[in-house]
Design a protein around this ligand. Structure first.
Ligand code: E4P
Length: 215
């Protein structure tokens, strides 16, 4: 399973990259709006830190505009993946870009039918938002199961990129289901490594080791 970080924070990306297990980055207009500076320059810096796919989202609403913006974003770096919203115009843009060999991430997916459409349009990644579904008492991880089953049935090449991840349990369930990628904030990456029994065990080992010092 690939681990992406879901942020535009250079500090957080550097921290996650230093762990040596970061495969890529997803950004969106909201995440970029939280950082100081020109979004294009921030994206350029991110692509220098991470040697993997970096999703950058278009803001045009028509297919032609999305393709134009996507091709501009690709000039930043070869590892930019053009993130396109799941709309009918978005599907046209995904098809046009994918026909030109440009990798795409179809975002804002909330149903299996949307994910199927994204795959048929040739998206490299489809991003279902599990946390936002859970927020409205829907079943985020149930959606991942459905999408993975559909993609498996037809051998669709699009990778399921689990997004809007709120806690480690989302990541574990995504792994059990077999989703290809999970994107998450640094907080969740750090939580994945945590267990209270690890902390208690380590404290005890160090305390016991101290007792050997005066021998
Ligand atoms: C995915 O690519 C999105 O950037 C992100 O996961 C959305 O998460 P949120 O629901 O926490 O905003």
């Amino acid at each position: 399973m690939k681990f992406f970080i879901d942020t535009a924070s250079i500090v957080d990306i550097q921290e996650a990259a230093s762990l040596g297990l970061l495969d890529g980055v997803t950004t969106n207009p909201t995440l970029l709006s939280r950082e100081d500076g020109d979004p294009r320059e921030i994206l350029r810096e991110i692509t220098k830190i991470v040697d993997g796919p970096v999703s950058a989202e278009v803001v045009a609403l028509d297919a032609e505009g999305m393709v134009r913006e996507g091709l501009e974003l690709r000039k930043i770096s070869d590892n930019i993946v053009v993130k396109i919203p799941m709309t009918l115009e978005g599907l046209k843009a995904v098809r046009a870009l994918s026909d030109q060999g440009v990798p795409t991430n179809c975002t804002l997916i909330f149903s299996p039918s949307q994910a199927l459409m994204a795959a048929k349009a040739g998206a490299t990644y489809a991003s279902p938002f599990v946390g936002r579904l859970d927020d409205i008492s829907a079943d985020g991880m149930g959606l991942i199961e459905q999408i993975c089953a559909i993609y498996d049935n037809y051998g669709l090449a699009t990778e399921v990129l689990v997004a809007s991840v709120r806690h480690p349990e989302h990541v574990v369930k995504a792994g059990i289901i077999g989703a290809h990628v999970v994107t998450m904030p640094l907080k969740v990456i750090n939580q994945l490594a945590k267990h209270p029994l690890t902390d208690i065990g380590l404290k005890q080992f160090l305390a016991d080791w101290e007792k050997t010092k005066n021998r």
